[in-house]
Design a protein around this ligand. Sequence first.
Ligand code: GAR
Length: 192
Amino acid sequence: MIRLAILASGSGTNAQRLVEHFAGHAAVEVALIGTDNARAGVVQRAWALGVPLFQFDKFMLRNGELQNELTAQRTDLIVLAGFMQLIPAELVRAFPKRIVNIHPALLPKYGGKGMYGDRVHAAVIAAGERETGITIHFVNEHYDEGEHIAQFHCPVRKDDTVGSLAERVHGLEHAHYPEVVEALAAGKRVKG
Ligand code: GAR
């Protein structure tokens, strides 16, 4: 079995989609959901889904405790799903090309520190973009700069609000993240 660890800081809708996608899968299982935010929606989702939850703080992220837990859980692939902390260089080195992130825009545009969630959609609308989308990429020690794996596009409509655009982009994420992670877990090249 290929074992996934999902890290999430927010509502956790992508984490839930991933868990549901791999439920009963022959080759891939979600070993744990890790969160740095005890009050995040993802905590309730992990309980409801019956997936082991690992809670950690910034210190445990930086002092190697999270890494120890991931290793102890025999993690093959780390999947970030709305995880808001920078991944320490040591963790990146320990999991080369085995940490994946999803970003709600077409990187390299609208990425970097402080560019997450609704802030991204607000910036896209303010810039008058006619198209946006999602980027799935490997993680390195800089925010949103790792090698791209796949991008998927959607329109920005004239009357879009941050809410309506976020909903469209979330839809793209839910449709594509599980299948891209599945392909990566199987060692396949990904188109998109
Ligand atoms: C997703 O849109 C994801 O792309 C974004 O956070 C949201 C989490 O939603 N990630 C980033 O902005 C990372 N820079 P969710 O909690 O409902 O899955």
